[in-house]
Design a protein. Structure first.
Length: 495
């Protein structure tokens, strides 16, 4: 296992960063309670959807809740019919006494399969089949954001729980990266990642990567020139039109149809496959639309290599793409079995299998950020932070190394304060003032002056100040020396 997140040229000698993280943002974004006690997050799922609960689960829960409220309110169900369950009766009655929301049963035996349900039948939508790829997914912190968080931890001098610092990185796509690796057992299956070196977007086939490179990098090597020509002649009965953009492509048998289709994909739908764009084309037989297409054909697009700006533009889109793939595409592409992808480029990754696997891994990581904790532990140590355990082996991170207090040579005021905190771990400043100076407020100038030794104790590590303003002495703390965190707990059983 490595000692730091797998990112090139990461300088961890000093906690510098180009961006700061406010303490208020750091505390408010961390939900410092057990996972089962967390409030529903208002932050949307970084990779689409609404979090660990799927869309149909939320809708179904809402429908069931609404119907339950209606039944409890007046004994009627959500559709207006009487709910016989509220009277202990049987909803299923004979043909004449059947409720208006019920339907006749099929005349089939108990072992026969019934026909398809009608559109009015209520049932839970089918779950999408689970996607399997022999790929291991892990999450690591972004280098710049990590430096910003570490700098803030050095500034505030408080102890924060490691699992929820990991959750802070996981909550925002710009704060973490995704590590994808083909499992060793699947190395013989020829599964590889095809990645753009510049944007680091990943695909599972060379063809998808080529389409992406053409849509994003073709203009770097070819000039696009518009030329005026004569409109096409002949009788045309229909023209293809994009249903979403209204772009006219021409008749399907027209020689420039495929070229215009490629241009439509490159300019409007670079993240979709050519077949997906083709499915959006409808045939229009309106003569006025056909004439409008003919007039639009007066402007013809041709391409010219940028290295020959004086040459005439004679290349069609297909010819320009062919030359780009032959001469330039290899410089933007790489093939590997292990890649690192910025989470913020997930919206550019079009492969549904890869997206589904990453989304499932993010959901597991959100329950317990195991891989992020693996990456943060060595990174925090190398950036001069200290890890210690307290309570039920919960790991905390602080910029000040905990140091036991030597009470033998201490003055009585400081000694008494340390003894009070040791006797009441978890007290905050207000509680300490009420005990030491009864009847006086925390803002009293005299109290503020007498509480100054507490600041010195925190700076020296003799007292630990936690993220929520509580205090403890490091007498029973354990330093974290092992680079491997404990095994994550088993995920809760589904409800």
């Amino acid at each position: 296992m490595t000692d730091s997140p797998e990112q090139p040229n990461q300088d961890v000698s000093a906690p510098e960063a180009s961006e700061s993280v406010n303490l208020q943002d750091l505390v408010l974004n961390l939900n410092f309670v057990p996972t089962w006690a967390r409030k529903p997050s208002s932050t949307p799922h970084p990779y689409g959807g609404g979090g660990t609960e799927s869309e149909f689960e939320r809708e179904d829960r809402g429908r069931r809740g609404d119907r339950g409220m209606e039944r409890r309110r007046d004994g009627r169900d959500a559709r207006g019919g009487r709910d016989d369950r509220s009277r202990g009766g049987n909803r299923r009655r004979d043909e004449r006494g059947r409720g208006r929301d019920e339907r006749p049963r099929n005349d089939q035996g108990p072992g026969e399969r019934r026909g398809p349900r009608g559109p009015d039948d209520r049932r839970r939508p089918m779950r999408e089949p689970r996607v399997f790829l022999p790929v291991d997914v892990a999450f690591i912190p972004d280098r710049d954001r990590l430096s910003a968080v570490v700098r803030q931890l050095h500034a505030v001098k408080r102890a924060f729980p490691l699992p929820y610092l990991a959750g802070f990185f996981l909550a925002k796509p710009e704060y973490h990266m995704i590590k994808l690796e083909v499992r060793a057992s699947a190395s013989g299956d020829s599964l590889k990642f095809y990645q753009c070196k510049e944007t680091r977007v990943v695909f599972l086939s060379q063809g998808e990567l080529n389409d992406y490179l053409v849509s994003t990098h073709l203009d770097r090597h070819f000039d696009r020139v518009e030329q005026t020509v004569e409109p096409p002649s002949g009788n045309f009965v229909c023209v293809g039109q994009c249903a979403r953009t209204g772009v006219l492509l021409g008749p399907p048998n027209y020689h420039g149809f495929n070229e215009r289709l490629l241009e439509l994909q490159r300019s409007h739908f670079p993240q979709q496959s050519l077949d997906a764009v083709r499915q959006q084309i409808t045939m229009v037989r309106d003569p006025e639309v056909i004439e409008r297409w003919k007039e639009g054909c007066r402007v013809q697009v041709r391409f010219r290599p940028k290295e020959t700006p004086e040459a005439e533009a004679t290349l069609t889109l297909a010819q320009a793409e062919s030359q780009f793939l032959e001469k330039h595409a290899a410089g933007y592409a790489q093939t590997a079995t292990k890649v690192i992808v910025p989470a913020r480029v997930m919206d550019r990754m079009t492969d549904p299998r890869l997206r589904a696997v990453i989304q499932a891994a993010w959901t597991r990581e959100d329950r317990f950020p195991f891989s992020l904790m693996l990456a943060l532990r060595p990174a925090f140590r190398r950036m001069r932070l200290h890890l210690f355990k307290t309570g039920k082996d919960e790991t905390f991170v602080t910029a000040i190394p905990p140091k036991p207090f030597d009470a033998e040579h201490a003055i009585p005021e400081i000694k008494g304060m340390v003894e009070l905190i040791a006797a009441h771990p978890g007290w905050n400043r207000q509680q300490l003032v009420e005990k030491l100076y009864p009847g006086k407020s925390v803002d009293d100038p005299e109290v503020t002056e007498k509480m100054n030794p507490l600041i010195w104790l925190v700076d020296k590590g003799h007292v630990i100040e936690f993220f929520n303003g509580t205090y403890a002495v490091p007498g029973h703390l354990k330093a974290v020396t092992s680079p491997t965190p404990p095994e994550p707990p088993s995920p809760p059983a589904p409800a």
